[in-house]
Every structure is written in C-alpha cells, then in structure tokens.
Design a protein around this ligand. Structure first.
Ligand code: ARG
Length: 468
C-alpha cells in the first residue's frame, strides 16, 4: 500500500495536508510512549470543557456530553480496551478521535481556545507532579528505615574513611544518618520542583493566548494548580519543570549510587561489614559459592541513564527559539525513563537498607585498624600536656612511624610503651587508645558520639514526617 498517497480520514488537518508518509509517522508519532499521559490528558480536557461551559464559550449540555465521553474513554483505557493508533500521532489526537466516535461532532468543540501546545504542557506538568509525589513518598519510607536502623546501631563502631583509607572511628548509625540527610535534601529538592511547576499553562493556546473569554483560573483550580502561567509564550515553550525533576533526580541518583557502592564494598569478605539479604542476591552460572550484590550494583548503575536523561533534555532545549518546537516532544521518553528508574532505584535502596545485616564485631575490630585513634592521642597531648595542636600532630606522626617500623599500631600499645617514644605520653589514660572513647568524645554538633547519633536518628524521623 502506498501510504504516501493515502490521506487518512480522521486527521484533524485533513483538507489542508494531504500527505501521510510512513516515515513521517515513524519519526513524528509519539503515542508509543505518550499514551502514558492519557489520564492527565483526560483530566486536563475535563477541566477545560467545564471551564468552557462556565465561561459561556460552549453550552452546559455540550460540556456534559464531552465530559461523559471523556470519562468513558478513561474507563476504556483503564480496562485496557483502548487502542492507540500511531497514525493519529499522539495521545491527544487519539483521545480526541475516539471522542468524536463516541459523541459525534460536538467533540470538535473541546479544542476551542486550546492548542496541543498548552494541552501537552499541562499534561506534562500534571504527570511530573504525580511522579514527584510518588518519588517523594518512596523517599520518605527510605528515610524512616534509615532512622530505625541508625537508632539500633547508634553505638556500634565502624571505621570512618577518607580517601577510602582508615581515618577515624564513627558509628554505623552515624554513617547511615549521613544518607538520611542526603535523602531529606532530595525530598526538599523535589518539593521545590513541585512548587515551581504549580502553574497551569492552559489558556496559552498555541503561543499567544486566545480571544475567547476563557477563565484559566478556573481550569487551574480544577486541576489543583496554585496559579496560572503569566506569559503564554513561556507557558508553551519551556520544559524547565521536567529539567527540575530530572536534575533533582540526578542528584538523588548520585546518592543511591553511592549507597549501592558502599553496600557492594561492605559485603565483600575482605570488609565483611554486612551480610546481604539472600533473597536480594543473585547467583553465578558457574561459581556455585557466589552470592552477588546485583541489586546494589544496579542502584549504582541506574544513575548513568538518569544523568543521560537530564543531558538529553538539556541538549534538546538549549537551541530552541520561542515558542513551541516539535523537538520538545523528546522530553517524554527521558522523563518516563528517569521516573521509572528512580522509583525502582529508591525501592531497591529501601529493600537493601531493611535487608542487610550489620556485623558490629567486625566493624568494631576494623575501626581500630590503621591507627585511627592517632588524632585522639594528639588531642590528649593538647589537653593533657598543653602542646599546640601542630606540635602534638608531629609527635604522633613520628610515634606512628616508630610503631610501624616495629610492625605495631596504636591499638597494640599501652601508654607506658608509648612513653618510650615520648615521655609526655606516659600519663595518658589507656582509654584514649580505644575506638569507643574516640566516638564518645566527638560531641560537637553533628558529631558521631553514640548519644548524639541516637538523638539525631529520632530527629531525622521527625524532620522526615514534617516534610510529608
Ligand atoms: N505530541 C506533541 C508533543 O508532545 C504534542 C504537541 C504537538 N504540537 C504541535 N504544534 N505539533 O510535543
């Protein structure tokens, strides 16, 4: 069949454009993915139809007929009975064509004072708003699990690292709460994105507004928007609300990735800080002993495509003259892909945080490796012997070197022995050399002392609840 020659009935611009090439359909049709906007599209159309009636642009009877047709379409879509036709380009045209089948020519009144440009802008805003709601709720759950687990492990000591080298002891609870702070800020970034998108673009029409006496505040109210966009060109030509979501998502993906990475490392026998939940591990097709951390690995890897989605849309948008260009249709796959993968990534993080078992004996033993109390010895020289910190630092640096030559570390030594290196160390209380002392004395705000960590866990739960 030569489709190039066959004008299709039902296309809205029939009578103007006659060509209908298969290539045009392939590159142009978006319904393959934008059918995911269907519910939002129906919501937008219902609100628009009611507003048109309220403003006297169409009659109440026409509006009711349109709304009942739209609701029937909603039912068909929910029941999986709706067939989306790529020849009708996108979700908007598919819904409108079906409406015409259902209610006849009155369907043609729905698009009064509206263009697909403001229609797709409102649909996308509604979709992003829902996606933010879902992601935010998932994050709230993750933070609750973190608070719970941090409380349990508020006093269990583990190594703290810088450069992935042994640095100073911290507690497991403290380490977990660091992620709690990151995820709480992620919630905040999402909330800001939601605040900024809270304006309805309906009424901007194609780009310049409309001459019909519409009431965009009415549609905005019906759709739960706090306001109305103030410039019709801006309303149809920016997708910064998608970029806000994607960039908040990209930062969140970094956090999930780092947490996944730590779980991968922690679960190796060399670290042995955690045991992975068996039901979330994968095996190997050849090595019978394997329990692989595939799930945290994918938490780490999902970040790649989410950064890609953000980069894709930034690139699509950056050269577009105002107002709408078809390029903007490319926002959707990036948006849907990011939302799907962020949601599964956060759910994976929650499952892992719930499922891992910490090994506090191992983390405590490792916390003492690598002279991690060296700073505490230097601090004691300041407090107990009145040395300036820089001098104390240099004494302990020499001490650690001296021990190393003998194949020893601070954890294998007593103050009396250390006194052989520098007599000023002899009166030091022996507990200065313990990791328990090291964490207990770090009581500065935000520090790792178990008492503070326990309180911080409780506070995190409260702050998380407040951001609901
Ligand atoms: N499917 C289109 C999109 O997502 C809808 C808007 C089409 N507007 C237009 N002027 N062709 O961008």
């Amino acid at each position: 069949m030569n489709r190039e020659e066959t004008p299709r009935e039902g296309q809205v611009w029939e009578g103007w454009l006659t060509g209908n090439s298969a290539l045009l359909e392939e590159i142009n049709a978006s319904v393959r993915f934008d059918h995911r906007l269907a519910q939002q599209d129906l919501d937008g159309s219902v609100a628009h139809a009611r507003m048109l009636a309220g403003s006297g642009v169409i009659s109440s009877a026409e509006s009711e007929l349109i709304v009942s047709g739209l609701e029937r379409i909603r039912g068909e879509i929910e029941a999986g009975e709706f067939t989306f036709d790529p020849a009708l380009e996108d979700v908007h045209m598919n819904v409108e064509a079906r409406l015409r089948e259902l209610i006849g020519p009155v369907a043609g009144r729905l698009h009064t004072a509206r263009s697909r440009n403001d229609q797709v802008a409102v649909d996308a805003r509604l979709w992003v708003r829902d996606a933010i709601g879902r992601l935010d709720a998932l994050l709230g759950r993750v933070i609750d699990v973190i608070a719970e687990r941090a409380e349990v492990h508020h006093a269990d000591v583990m190594p703290g690292f810088t450069h992935l080298q042994c640095a100073q002891p911290v507690t497991i609870g403290h380490h977990l709460l660091a992620y709690g702070e990151m995820f709480l800020r992620d919630r905040d970034r999402l909330r800001c994105a939601r605040l900024r998108l809270d304006e309805s673009p309906l009424g901007a029409a194609a780009l310049a507004g409309t001459g019909y006496p519409i009431d965009p505040y009415d549609t905005a109210r019906r759709l739960g928007f706090g306001g109305v966009t103030r410039n019709s060109l801006d309303a149809v030509s920016d997708r910064d609300f998608v970029l806000d979501y994607l960039s908040a998502g990209a930062t969140l993906a970094v956090h999930i990735s780092r947490l996944g990475e730590e779980m991968v490392i922690w679960s190796t026998p060399q670290f042995g800080f955690i045991a992975l939940p068996e039901d979330l591990c994968a095996g190997s097709s050849i090595m019978p002993q394997k329990r692989n951390p595939d799930l945290p690995e994918l938490m780490r890897a999902k970040s790649g495509r989410i950064f890609g989605d953000l980069m894709a849309l930034l690139t699509v948008m950056k050269g577009l003259p105002l107002a709408y260009s078809r390029d903007m249709q490319e926002d959707k796959e990036a948006l849907f892909d990011a939302a799907d993968n962020l949601e599964v990534g956060v759910r994976a993080a929650e499952a892992m945080l719930r499922g891992i078992t910490f090994r506090p004996e191992k983390t405590r033993a490792d916390a003492a490796l690598g002279n991690t109390v060296a700073t505490d010895v230097a601090d004691w020289l300041v407090a107990g012997q009145g040395l300036p910190f820089r001098e104390a630092h240099s004494v302990v640096a020499g001490l650690v070197k001296w021990l190393g030559v003998q194949g020893r570390e601070l954890k294998d030594s007593s103050p009396a022995e250390l006194g052989d290196f520098d007599a000023r160390l002899r009166p030091m209380p022996p507990e200065v050399l313990t990791v328990e002392n090291a964490v207990a004395r770090r009581t500065s705000p935000g520090g790792t002392s178990p008492e503070l960590v326990r309180k911080a866990a409780v506070e995190l739960r409260g702050r998380n609840a407040e951001s609901n």
